[in-house]
Design a protein around this ligand. Structure first.
Ligand code: UDP
Ligand code: MG
Length: 332
């Protein structure tokens, strides 16, 4: 096992969903990339339940060429799960996740690898520009990263997708995160380690259509917001406090009018409004409090590890986890 792990330096994971149009170009570019890497590398295609000829092409390739591997999921599980399946199978010391449509240029992978050689554990690619994407997608993506950044309890870099390189030890830590609704880029940010970026210009899709329609994008955004922030849960509390506060202020004012026998006071109506809005506010407040408990349950069921150790020194060898000792052998 250990010898096996050491023999492959790089794993390139490519999720594929109905990408027959891009495959010929992708395979040519990948071939060139793997040749240029000068070290043993594997490319893992994860077929995410494609209904076109992609699985056939990729299976043929995997039979012919040992550098290419194929994993076929039983149905469409979504991009994030496909990436996870690829990561679970990766054997390299550095693992790169890349889209199939060549919007993530393979040449950037070489820059990522040189950063990794400098000692960084996570190298993500930051998009300086996005060509060929609709105005709507650009605006929503821009907003998404900003809102998420302000809500999230960990720093999730903006304008960074899943195109990134991670070191084997980050992968081992990621595998301990067994949550169901996965937002992989957030999970890697949560893990920490030494992170850096490589800027790049995101190109147009070489062929075919996007496989991320609005609904899938919305689901990803929802997973990100719910998995990395409890701000939505606390929203009810703040609404409740605001509504109750306003109701109390209004109630005080009504009382003043009543005492001063102001003729503007509508009998019956004002007191009803005060009571209704106060009850509404209290209701929201209570929902918010329940939300706090739900938040705790949510955190528990995610089953994230409590902490992640980057390095251990001075322990007996057998106490160190195999993954960490394997990595140290590479870096030292
Ligand atoms: N993809 C996938 N499963 C899905 C949707 C997409 O494996 O359910 C893959 C797709 O084949 C591509 C990558 O995820 O390799 C990114 O998808 P796409 O390029 O369509 O997204 P966009 O760049 O438009 O956001
Ligand atoms: Mg794309």
């Amino acid at each position: 096992m250990a010898a096996d792990l050491k023999s492959i330096s790089y794993s390139i994971i490519i999720p594929v969903f109905n990408e027959e149009a891009v495959l010929p170009i992708l395979l040519r570019r990948l071939d060139l990339l793997l040749d240029r890497l000068h070290e043993p590398a594997e490319a893992i295609f994860v077929d995410d339940g494609s209904r076109d000829s992609s699985p056939l092409v990729l299976q043929e390739l995997a039979k012919r060429d040992p550098r290419f591997r194929y994993i076929g999921l039983s149905r469409n599980f979504g991009h994030q799960i496909a990436i996870t399946a690829g990561m679970d199978a990766a054997q390299g010391q550095a693992i790169v996740v890349m889209d199939a449509d060549l919007q993530d240029p393979p040449e950037v992978v070489e820059q990522m690898i040189s950063k990794w050689r400098e000692g960084y554990d996570v190298v993500y690619a930051r998009r300086l520009s996005r060509a060929g994407e609709s105005r709507f997608k650009r605006v929503t993506a821009h907003l998404f990263y900003r809102v998420l950044g302000s809500m999230s309890s960990v720093h999730i870099p903006a304008d960074v997708g899943d195109f990134r390189l991670i070191d084997r030890k980050v992968l081992e830590a990621l595998r301990q995160m067994s949550e169901q609704d996965r937002f992989v880029r957030g999970m890697i940010a949560w893990l920490g380690f030494r992170q850096t970026e490589v800027p790049f210009h995101r190109l147009e899709r070489v062929a075919g259509e996007t496989k991320y329609p609005l609904l899938k994008m919305a689901r990803l955004a929802m997973n990100a917001a719910l998995g990395f922030s409890d701000a939505p849960l606390r929203l009810a509390i703040w609404c409740g406090v605001t509504v109750s506060g306003l109701a109390l202020l209004y109630g005080g004012w009504v009382l003043v009018l009543w005492i001063s026998k102001d003729r503007h006071l509508v009998a019956g109506w004002s007191s009803t409004i005060v009571v209704v809005s106060l009850l509404c506010g209290m209701n929201m407040l209570m929902t918010g409090i329940v939300g706090l408990y739900v938040g705790r349950i949510h955190a528990e069921v995610k089953r994230r590890p409590l902490y992640v150790v980057q390095k251990r020194l001075g322990f007996e060898r057998e106490q160190a986890t195999p993954a960490h000792s394997a990595i140290r052998a590479v870096h030292e």
